[in-house]
Design a protein around this ligand. Sequence first.
Ligand SMILES: Cc1ncc(C[n+]2csc(CCO)c2C)c(N)n1
Length: 220
Amino acid sequence: MSRFREELWQVVAGVYDQILVHPFLTGLTDGSLPREAFRHYVVQEAHFLPDYARAQAAVAARAPDAASVRRFSAQAARTVEVEHGLVAELLAAFGLDEADARKTPAGPTTVGYSSYLVRSCALGAFPEALGALVPCYWIYARVGERLLERSSPDPLYAWWIETYGGADYQETSAEVLDLLDGLAISPDERERLLERAVMTARYEWLFWDAAWRREGWPCG
Ligand SMILES: Cc1ncc(C[n+]2csc(CCO)c2C)c(N)n1
C-alpha cells in the first residue's frame, strides 16, 4: 500500500506544478526576479513566520502523543530561529531590520494565510491541523530541491535556494512526513486533512504571487 504522503501529494501536485512555473519562481533561478518583489516577499515572511510558529505550537498542544508534542514544540522554536536568522539576514540585504519590516503592514494574503493556519491548528483536530501544516514544509522542500538543480546567478537568490534545498530543511520536512505516514485516522478525518492540504497549497501559490504583484491594501 502506498504511504499517506503519496495520497496527499496527489491532491497538491496540480498547485505545485503551477508554483514551479510562476514568474516569481522562474525569476529566482534565472535571476530576473526584480529585487523589489523579493524584498516584498521577505517583509511578508517577517510577518508570517511568527504566526506560523504559533500554529506549530497549537499543533503541539493537541498532538496525541508525547513524541509529537516534543517534535512540534521543537519545530515551533526552530521557526522562531529561522525568523531571527534567515529572515533577519535577508532583510539586512535590503538594509532593513525586523522593526523596519513591521512598519509595512502584513498584506491581505499574509493575513489570510496566517489566520487560516492558526485557526486550523488551534481549533481543528490534530489530523486537520497536520493537513494544514504539512504542505508548507513539503512544498518548500520540493521547490528548494528542484530549484537547486539550476540555482541562480543572483547570490541572494542562490542562498535562499540552498537554504530550502539543503539537507537541514529536507530533514525537517521528512520528520513531518514520517509523522503523517504514521497517523491512524478515520476516512472522515482523512478527507478533512486532504481538504486542508489543498487550501494550504493554494495559499503557498498565492504568497509568491502576492510578492510578485507587490500586493498591498487597496484601501485605507
Ligand atoms: C509562506 C511560507 N511557507 C512556508 C515556508 C517554509 N518554512 C520556513 S520555516 C518553516 C517551519 C519549519 O520549522 C517552514 C514551513 C516559508 N518560509 N514561508
